[in-house]
Write a new protein. Structure first.
Length: 114
């Protein structure tokens, strides 16, 4: 019994994060796509723009750096497309705050490419 109480929790904790990290990536991709579809009102067709403010709000439990990394990877893979707001002068503060920096510019919208 003593071996279980002392070594097992520490072993489980050290083994847990590496094993769940790859699964989280695929799961986060799916969550991002599902959230974009839900927010855009589209089921099968892409190209409806969703603001990153709304997407971040929907996925508020996801770490910002993890979400940004996932969005950039999905954009490079052409699963999604990140786009800037053409009227940057009229952007509300939350749109500026939630923008994603990519390619030397801030991106404010996302759409599904497929």
């Amino acid at each position: 019994m003593g071996g279980r109480g002392g070594g097992s929790p520490a072993t489980r904790q050290s083994q847990g994060p590496p094993a769940s990290a790859p699964a989280m990536s695929g799961n986060l991709d799916d969550r991002v796509l599902s959230a974009i579809r839900s927010l855009s009102g589209e089921r099968d067709q892409g190209m409806n723009l969703v603001s990153l403010v709304r997407l971040r709000d929907r996925l508020s439990d996801v770490d910002r750096d993890d979400l940004d990394r996932t969005l950039k990877t999905m954009d490079r893979a052409r699963v999604i497309q990140l786009s800037p707001d053409p009227n940057r002068k009229a952007l509300p503060p939350e749109a500026r705050r939630d923008a994603l920096r990519l390619g030397g510019g801030d991106q404010h919208f996302v759409s599904i490419m497929r």
